[in-house]
Design a binder for this molecule. Sequence first.
Ligand code: SF4
Ligand code: SF4
Length: 186
Amino acid sequence: MSALNWQKIDTGFARELDPTGQLRILSCYQCKKCSSGCPMERDSDLHPHQIIRMVQIGRKEETLRSKGIWTCVSCQTCVTRCPMDVNTPAVIDALRAMASRAEIPKSVRQVSLFNRIFLEWAKRLGRIYELGMMGTFKAGSLNLFSDMEKFPMMLRKGKLRILPHLSRRRSNLRRVFKRTIKKGPK
Ligand code: SF4
Ligand code: SF4
């Protein structure tokens, strides 16, 4: 995709997501450095540079209904690589908040459920507890018995812990959650 003629583009969606412009959405010139480093690129219907472009050109409906905004793991690789300091993970967070206020399409509901469960366990323990997370996800998605054959191998290889480990600094993380919730979505 090439440079845009901003005079002809409706930037209302970008301004709705980021009224102060601090996320630098309109600075993106589609170099794709973000997408080439994104670990979730293969699992997503929209890559990071495409999400930013969709926002720039005001494709609100399609962006909010995409799976791409839920597959991001907030690793920050994209923002680190971006020559224009576009804060893609923060844009994605704002998109998630907006999509959650609207109705989440059935096709991406499981991805959004996983995302909520991941954050809930992180908030409780200060770190991730895979077994608890998988159990909660399976119960929540009413899909209790899928992938059961993988459990013994994962336990044997030490990929799953039976009991959770608590982070000694979990109170710090709780404070971060509390402050973020208090601040509310953008
Ligand atoms: S790295 Fe930055 S400028 Fe390049 S496509 Fe991604 S968001 Fe746009
Ligand atoms: S923060 Fe999200 S979009 Fe950016 S590189 Fe990581 S997974 Fe991809």
